[in-house]
Write a protein that binds this ligand. Structure first.
Ligand code: TYM
Length: 325
């Protein structure tokens, strides 16, 4: 079996962009690959965070992953900082990564402009740590949303540099992109749905039905003067309807759109109910996990142990290749 790794930052509530863009895909890949799923707590400390609440936030993210169906019997689920070889390998890769490559990263540029008072070295080095996450386990398959593709290209640049300098060790990695790889913001549909755009731009996995209805009903539809092309906001709502499996409603409402008889309130009502229906089983499982936090802590400890064993073995090979052993 080929090796797969992906990760998510513990920066608050997981939203339907994360879910449709990546996590739903993770579930389906669990039977095909040897999977590693990681809560990327070292990545999130590159922006301001609350240390007093951080352990709870990390645990909450892990519970969300379990609630959507990540199965610790099939996959290794762990917290990044519990396997210290991630930062060790990041340092080795730093010595292979041209600064100019990191300066090109759009996520760095975006985050640096959002957090002008805290443009730290970790934020700049973020993609190198991501490459270390992936390559520490010799992963070849990486399911992510579209916004991560540039980081995965950098990972392949590091693969080539490593192999050239120290002899062939890595295969190039392959991104896996799903149909929902770029879910747009509800309030600002020219931009991707993101925690940084505020609570109303996203639907969190934990949102109550009433909250979901309210957010969808106030989603932006036509942003400018009417034109023939479907606006980004309306397209996003149609995409969501399809991705949340409301196939019949999608067909019916698409015809109404084509005939110019569509009422956006109808589209929104159908969509809100489809989202509620899809999130309900996830929310039920999450409630049970919240009663059972100790069990979740144990799952993460077991995951870190398994990941640590592989990481420990691989890092020795890497050090030998690099002349450090
Ligand atoms: P993060 O935490 O920002 O997002 C987790 C996953 O959700 C996807 N995603 C989206 N997909 C579709 N539409 C959206 N609006 C949307 N917003 C987010 C992301 O593409 C991602 O797949 N750097 C990573 C975490 C990470 C990682 C890794 C990923 C750390 N190490 C190694 C892969 C491999 C991140 O910030 O994801």
């Amino acid at each position: 079996m080929k090796i797969l790794l992906s990760g998510i930052q513990p920066t608050g509530e997981i939203h339907i962009g994360n879910y449709l863009g990546a996590l739903k895909n993770w579930l389906e890949l669990q039977d095909k690959y040897q999977c590693h799923f990681m809560v990327a707590d070292l990545h999130s400390i590159t922006i301001d965070y609350n240390p007093a609440e951080y352990q709870e936030t990390i645990l909450n993210t892990a519970m969300d992953l379990l609630a959507i169906g990540i199965d610790p019997k099939k996959s290794i689920l762990f917290v990044q900082s519990q396997v210290p070889q991630h930062t060790e390998l990041c340092w080795y890769f730093n010595t292979l990564t041209p600064i100019a490559e990191l300066e090109r990263m759009t996520q760095f540029k975006d985050k640096a402009s959002q957090h002008k008072e805290n443009i730290n070295t970790g934020l700049f080095d973020y993609p190198v740590l991501q490459a270390a996450d992936i390559l520490l386990y010799k992963s070849e398959v990486v399911p992510v949303g579209q916004d991560q593709l540039q980081h995965l290209e950098l990972t392949n640049t590091i693969v080539r540099k490593f192999n050239n300098k120290f002899g062939k060790y890595y295969e190039e990695i392959k991104p896996v992109i799903s149909e929902g790889a770029k879910i747009m913001s509800l309030t600002n549909p020219e931009k991707k749905m993101s925690k940084s755009l505020g609570a109303n731009n996203l639907i969190a996995l934990s949102d109550e039905p009433e909250v979901i209805r309210k957010k969808i009903m106030s989603a932006v539809t036509d942003t400018g003067p009417a034109s023939d092309a479907m606006s980004a906001g309306v397209k996003n709502l149609f995409d969501l309807l399809k991705l949340f499996n409301a196939t019949l409603a999608h067909q019916k409402l698409t015809s109404a759109y084509d005939n110019k008889t569509l009422k956006y309130s109808e589209l929104k009502t159908e969509l809100a109910e489809a989202i509620i229906k899809n999130l309900q089983p996830i929310q039920e499982r999450k409630k049970k996990l919240l009663q059972n936090k100790k069990q979740v802590v144990k799952i993460l400890a077991d995951g870190a142990k398994k990941a640590g064993k592989i990481a420990g073995k691989n890092i020795l090979e890497i050090k030998k290749k690099m002349g450090l052993l």
